[in-house]
Design a protein around this ligand. Structure first.
Ligand code: C5P
Length: 118
């Protein structure tokens, strides 16, 4: 499941963001290959790989819903939400930055899917 973990990182991991505003989202969504078609919603996690991986263990995570785990500690996150109704590029996003707990799915010990933040 290392490939799924790499895919998770590609979509959701950004340790040192610049800006965390609408322009950040426009740039990052494109750079991470999420704009053909425009993905509706995507969250970037501004935490270390180790802190994110720890959600998959008791160290920073606990069971949540059916197949998910939620973080015990909050993360700085930026959620990018598509503006307007069309998923045809160019994609323009609205950024929401904050500190929130996150829910993910884990493969064997590794994050493989982002579910939500709250
Ligand atoms: O909730 P939904 O099933 O529509 O989410 C689809 C995808 O959108 C998720 O797999 C995740 O990659 C992304 N998403 C996100 N941040 C959210 C909600 C959804 O990154 N707050």
């Amino acid at each position: 499941d290392v490939d799924r973990y790499k895919h998770f990182l590609e979509q959701h991991y950004d340790l040192n963001p610049r800006g965390r505003n609408d322009a950040y989202c426009d740039t990052m969504m494109r750079r991470r290959g999420l704009t053909s078609p425009c993905k509706d919603t995507n969250t970037f996690i501004h935490g270390t790989e180790n802190n994110i991986k720890d959600i998959c263990t008791d160290k920073n995570g606990e069971p949540y819903k059916e197949n998910f785990r939620r973080s015990k500690s909050p993360f700085q996150v930026t959620t990018c939400k598509l503006r307007g109704g069309s998923t045809r590029p160019p994609c323009r996003y609205r950024a929401t930055a904050g500190s929130r707990n996150i829910a993910i799915a884990c493969g064997p010990g590794l994050p493989v899917h982002f579910d939500e933040s709250f």
